[in-house]
Design a protein around this ligand. Structure first.
Ligand SMILES: C[S@@+](CC[C@H](N)C(=O)[O-])C[C@H]1O[C@@H](n2cnc3c(N)ncnc32)[C@H](O)[C@@H]1O
Length: 218
């Protein structure tokens, strides 16, 4: 895997086999903040004192590490549980090779192939390693406040944007939960609706189309 510097000077990797990078070239850290932490209103949630985050397609965990950083800045006593879902142990080990400007990321360095979880004060982080179509089965109903949905693109990996997987997300999200993703593809949004999710435009960050935010039908 080749290391790449993105436009905000944060590092990512290019996966040559897939033909895609792990983050947007317009800025990996910017993406974690503007496409995931901000639109899911992490700062507001932190005031409630407890947040459960599902970081689906965890990779090196930039998205949840940013969300934890923002939450702790707002409320240092906030209790936060992060569950990451990731197939590839090799990308988790790449955490040691990057240093994004995300305050909580220094603790993510505790993660490795041999250590897939840690607790740091009020924050617990655990990665379930395996195919997401299997690992989601381990998750409880109505559990998560926030889901970050960050697979490779719908064009390359359509199976990761399926109705069935979004149904699983509808199952594990609280009634007040929100899912954020970078894609606005028609197929993605149609599958969300079929799965019982209601969507809206997410923010436009460094690309032409907006992202998508999804919540459950009441
Ligand atoms: C765009 S990258 C995610 C980047 C990540 N959010 C980060 O901050 O580093 C997509 C990730 O999906 C993972 N992936 C691909 N197929 C998967 C599957 N079937 N189940 C779980 N994860 C998968 C890849 O290994 C890769 O790490």
């Amino acid at each position: 895997m080749k290391k790449v510097l993105t436009a905000d000077q944060s590092e990512t990797f290019l996966n040559e086999e897939v033909g895609e990078s792990y983050h947007s070239y317009t800025g990996a850290v910017e993406e974690a903040m503007k496409k995931y932490a901000e639109p899911t209103k992490i700062r507001e949630l932190a005031k409630s004192g407890q947040i459960r985050i599902l970081d689906a397609f965890f990779g090196m965990g930039y998205n949840s590490a940013m969300a934890v950083s923002v939450a702790l800045e707002e409320n240092p006593d906030c209790k936060i549980e992060v569950v990451g879902l990731e197939l590839d142990a090799a990308i988790v080990s790449k955490i040691q090779e990057v240093n994004p400007e995300i305050p909580f990321f220094k603790y993510y360095k505790k993660l490795s192939i041999d250590q897939l979880s840690f607790v740091e004060d009020n924050v617990s982080v655990k990665i379930l390693l395996g195919d997401i179509r299997e690992t989601t089965k381990q998750l409880g109903n109505e559990y998560f406040d926030v889901v970050f949905w960050d697979p490779f693109s719908p064009k390359t990996m359509p199976d990761m944007w399926s109705e069935d997987l979004f149904k699983e997300m509808a199952r594990v999200m609280k009634s007040t939960g929100v899912l954020a993703t970078y894609s606005c593809a028609r197929m993605v949004r149609d599958n969300m609706v079929k799965a019982g999710l209601f969507y809206d435009d997410g923010p436009c960050v460094g690309r032409r189309g907006p992202g998508t935010l999804a919540v459950k039908w009441e």
